[in-house]
Ligand binder design. Structure first.
Ligand code: GLC
Length: 595
């Protein structure tokens, strides 16, 4: 009887569920100023280099006798270092190891297509020759030269668009700048005066003295109304109409969209946008932080961001001598080497036409689909659900090695060789003619026993009743933000999440729920169902949510399900009747083939 009810429920309700409104994030778009001439180079660049360099680089995460972890460029604020005392650091800042050609050379070898460096960060120190203040590298440090002049030129010589990061509101050195309340009374601050006498004149210097800039990367807006922001932008635009302004200029007035620090949107986003990531766990140099992302992690990040249609700007934090951490040099060069072979699948592409697959992600160009193979299927059959355009050829990108493929209605299967040349990410290029529909937001997710497991983020579920999905933010080290879309608000059995799955292989699957659960949600009952099978579970406490703390997740194995027929199945997760609070905040459901 239960089976019959479920069957009816599945057959009758499934199309209706699909008609539901998509959660918010499916409709968000990227850039605000689609007509801007600079967007042409920006949207095809795909890979940029961010450099955080300032007095904090000299301090390397140490103030007095304490070591700090996380955003090194926030050291002054975290230590509440008095402005006058902190300014003394400039007297010992002498980056003799800085070599503009070398920096631009590594950038080019890394394959980045633009470079953005901090002209002035929140600490207030100008890393260029400013006439607006003496608190700059030329006047206040023994170095006495303008490294930005040299770097702008070196980048330009190597064909790399050059841009400045500029923190327009925060300035812990200036009484009227935003943020420093340990030296200066917030009540007495005159932000307008700060903008008038430092921020805007400095932005004008940067837009006048360093040649054509690719972009100005504003950060942390504050103290200005939308009208005042617009006035500021208009006056700056006159100087360089082709220069892009990042969205952190505030009030939705930027030319392209920046996501939060370390955030990749879960689905493709139209327009011009950028994801930004640290290489270790800090933007500014920290001598004791050696947690650098490996070449494989960078390559996956880059291809993942490109598969959603955006740019990745990866950060490097040189030290106080002007040297980059050796791991950054090595791992960026390794990424560049990968790009030499597979760059066509990144530069100039748009988002992939397929959503993420158990084997990897896709990017596209007209008539070409690039298959980024991160994970080799055990049977070497790479299945492309929904790919039904006329496929002309499949090759390993950058080689003449063609691969066999088969086309059935609604699916193409590529036969992979015994080994792939790059186990981190071998890219295949599929050339096709005719129309290939855009399936990138198709909710049906592939599950297959050819891979260690299928991880399905809750973004792909159909939401019922009060169940919702939103972006949650938390942090590991200070400023080391993490973001993910989580399902929440599930209290009654009506608040079900339904995952439409395409399960390709029969067999048993272990179901694992990846969630965070507060005390109030713990010890409540839920159930996972599939084809009349039920897996009841009790929620487990993981921790209370606080955006400035790590959000603790558990991977809770709740039981096994059997699939006796390949094809479309609905997996539902819901609370049982009688719960008073939301069950949990669910990040993903994992299906692990039982071996
Ligand atoms: C945040 C931080 C800042 C960092 C920036 C990079 O705004 O405050 O320190 O430079 O992110 O995205």
């Amino acid at each position: 009887m239960k089976r019959l009810v479920l069957l009816l429920w599945t057959v009758c309700l499934y199309p209706a569920l699909f008609a539901q409104d998509m959660p918010d994030m499916w409709t968000k778009s990227g850039g605000h100023n689609a007509a801007h001439p600079g967007l042409k180079w920006f949207t095809s660049a795909k890979f940029g280099l961010f450099i955080h360099w300032g007095l904090y680089s000299k301090l390397g995460g140490r103030w007095k006798d304490s070591s700090y972890y996380g955003s090194g460029e926030w050291l002054m604020n975290r230590a509440k270092a008095p402005a006058a005392e902190y300014a003394e650091v400039a007297k010992t800042f002498n980056p003799q190891g800085f070599n503009a050609e070398e920096w631009a050379g590594i950038a080019r070898e890394a394959g980045v297509k633009y470079l953005v460096i901090t002209a002035k960060h929140h600490e207030g120190f100008s890393m260029y020759d400013s006439k607006v203040t003496d608190f700059d590298i030329v006047d206040a440090s023994p170095y006495g030269k303008d490294p930005m002049k040299a770097l702008a030129k070196a980048c330009r010589d190597k064909g790399i668009p050059f841009g400045f990061y500029y923190s327009q509101f925060l300035d812990w050195h200036e009484p009227n700048g935003g943020g420093n309340s340990w030296d200066f009374k917030t009540k007495e601050k005159d932000y307008q005066q700060y903008y008038r006498t430092k921020s805007i004149p400095q932005l004008k210097e940067l837009l006048t003295n360093y040649g054509q800039l690719g972009l100005v990367w504003f950060d942390m807006p504050g103290g200005l109304t939308p009208e005042q922001t617009k006035q500021m932008i208009d006056s700056l635009r006159l100087l360089q109409p082709n220069c892009l302004f990042s969205s952190r200029v505030g009030h939705g007035l930027g030319d392209y969209r920046d996501f939060g620090d370390s955030e990749v949107p879960p689905v493709p986003i139209a327009g011009a946008w950028e994801s930004i990531y640290t290489h270790n766990d800090s933007w500014g140099y920290i001598q004791h932080d050696l947690n650098f992302k490996s070449p494989k992690e960078i390559i996956h990040l880059l291809s993942n961001v490109a598969s959603k249609g955006g740019n990745l700007m990866l950060n490097v934090g040189p030290d106080g001598d002007g040297k980059w951490p050796q791991y950054s040099v090595d791992y960026l060069k390794a990424t560049g080497k990968w790009l030499q072979q597979y760059g066509e699948s990144i530069y100039g592409t748009t988002y992939g036409l397929l959503p993420a697959q158990p084997w990897g992600v896709t990017t596209s160009k007209p008539g070409k689909l690039f298959l980024h193979v991160w994970e080799m299927p055990a049977n070497r059959q790479l299945r492309l659900p929904g790919v039904d355009a006329h496929v002309k050829s499949v090759k390993i990108l950058g080689t003449h090695q063609t691969l066999q493929f088969q086309q059935q209605p609604g699916e193409t299967t590529v036969q992979l060789p015994v080994t792939l040349p790059d186990t981190r990410n071998t890219v295949l290029v599929m050339e096709y003619s005719g129309n290939q529909s855009d399936l990138s937001q198709l909710r049906t997710q592939t599950v297959s026993s050819q891979y260690p497991q299928a991880e399905i983020p809750t973004i792909w579920a159909v939401y019922n009743g009060a169940a919702k999905n939103k972006l949650f933010t938390w942090s590991h080290y200070f400023g080391d933000w993490k973001h993910d879309n989580l399902a929440y608000g599930m209290i009654t059995p009506e608040d079900a999440l339904v995952f439409p799955l395409d399960i390709q292989d029969v067999g048993d699957y272990k179901i694992i729920l990846d969630y965070a659960c507060e005390k109030s949600g713990a010890s409540q009952q839920g159930v996972v169902t599939l084809n009349g099978q039920r897996l009841p579970f009790l929620t487990l406490f993981t921790g209370e949510y606080d955006s400035h703390q790590p959000l603790l997740f558990i991977q809770h194995a709740i039981g096994n399900l059997h699939v006796d027929k390949p094809g479309k199945h609905n997996l539902a997760i819901k609370p049982v009747a009688g719960n008073k609070k939301e069950l949990f905040r669910l990040r993903k459901v994992i299906l692990q083939p039982v071996k």
